[in-house]
Design a protein around this ligand. Structure first.
Ligand SMILES: NC(=O)c1ccc[n+]([C@@H]2O[C@H](COP(=O)([O-])OP(=O)(O)OC[C@H]3O[C@@H](n4cnc5c(N)ncnc54)[C@H](OP(=O)(O)O)[C@@H]3O)[C@@H](O)[C@H]2O)c1
Length: 331
């Protein structure tokens, strides 16, 4: 838990009371969770305006953790769609609590049963980056035959975006660095541009949509490679929060647009992500596993901005094993 904002070491392992589910809630025994950029933002209160939601002087929520996979241990009296014993996964960036052995979530929240033959570790990272990626696709109305460029294809959002765009039948150009070209090709990119070797903005190809999945490029740089009605979408506000202003201005002007899509969180989105995992169209990329008691190290690693896909925390996962160095893995 963390009762103050700050660097990764504000997070401490403590004994806390087991939560009790309300009438419409599930009590979940967490088996696996993740440390992601959303957790980092709320732990550090960055950007600063997050405090309007999370508490001005100190965090209102002291146990973070947005993604989870585990077992339903009990349900409130009004719950009809889940039963004790169900294996579930989901996303809770409003009620949080997944960095603990037990958490609760409303039945109507982002929660669904785990598809057969998938482990907790397989699906724990199945919702954060992917719900942003899905929101990109829907916002740009990506469909079969569209030319789509995904910048930062190795991040949690980018690696999900490549797979979801592929499932929609888009032609994908992905941008990443040299060591990850093979991975990104495996995820479904039709062409990969190594950003250390060439600059896609000087290229001749034009796109219906450019997704900046790591917040490292700008609308100004991408404008030239967008088709006349093409869309630039970013997961970040950009330098001086310029993407907010650009979104307002380009919305009322004809031609190319810029936006920072706000993702929807509901059962339909959750079920879409579940279906993508079940069909095999989306397999969350996992870089590392850490046991829960090494959560501070997991935060430090995630904040390098260099993780490949996702970082999973094994909480009480019978499928995970811990090696001598203390790093865990899933069979
Ligand atoms: N809107 C929101 O509420 C929200 C929520 C979550 C995240 N975000 C933002 O979305 C962004 C992505 O999040 P994420 O979790 O997907 O990121 P991430 O997983 O932390 O992204 C890391 C990946 O980005 C790649 N990368 C780093 N610098 C790059 C560059 N200059 N060009 C291309 N690739 C680069 C890294 O690989 P290499 O270094 O090897 O290239 C690494 O694989 C972050 O900026 C985050 O703050 C926003």
């Amino acid at each position: 838990m963390n009762d103050t904002y700050g660097a990764p070491d504000v997070v401490r392992i403590m004994d806390v009371e087991k939560p009790a589910p309300k009438d419409n809630e599930l009590l979940i025994k967490v088996r696996a969770t993740t440390v992601n950029r959303t957790d980092c933002g709320f732990r550090a209160a960055k950007p600063f305006f997050i405090r309007v939601i999370s508490g001005i002087r100190k965090p209102k929520i002291t146990i973070l953790g947005s993604e989870f996979a585990g077992d339903v241990e009990a349900v409130g009296g009004g719950v009809t769609s889940f039963r004790p014993g169900d294996r579930v996964f989901g996303y809770a960036d409003q009620t949080w609590g997944a960095h603990a052995e037990y958490m609760t979530i409303g039945e109507d929240g982002m929660v669904a049963t785990i598809p057969a033959a998938r482990s907790y570790g397989d699906v724990a990272a199945g919702t954060e980056g992917s719900h942003y990626a899905l929101s990109f696709m829907r916002s740009a109305k990506v469909r079969a035959g569209h030319d789509v460029l995904i910048y930062g294809a190795t991040g949690a959002i980018g690696s999900a975006a490549v797979q979801i765009a592929k499932s929609l039948g888009a032609n994908i150009v992905a941008v990443c660095d040299t060591p990850n070209i093979e991975l990104v090709t495996t995820l479904g990119a039709d062409r990969v541009i190594d950003y250390t070797a060439s600059d896609f903005t000087k290229d001749e190809q034009r796109y219906d949509a450019v997704f900046d999945a790591v917040g490292k490029i700008t609308f100004g740089r991408c404008r030239r490679v967008l088709k006349p009605h093409g869309a630039y979408l970013s997961s970040d506000l950009g330098p001086l929060s310029q993407n907010l202003l650009l979104a307002l201005v380009t919305r009322v002007l004809p031609g190319r647009t810029a936006s920072v899509p706000l993702p929807r969180q509901n059962r339909e989105v959750m079920n879409t992500l579940r279906d993508l995992i079940e069909s095999g169209d989306f397999k969350p990329v996992v870089d590392r596993h850490y046991p829960l008691d090494r959560i501070v190290e997991a935060y430090v690693y995630v904040e390098t901005g260099r993780k490949i896909g996702n970082v999973v925390l094994d909480v009480d996962d019978p499928g995970a094993s811990v090696d001598e160095a203390g790093t865990s893995s899933v069979d």
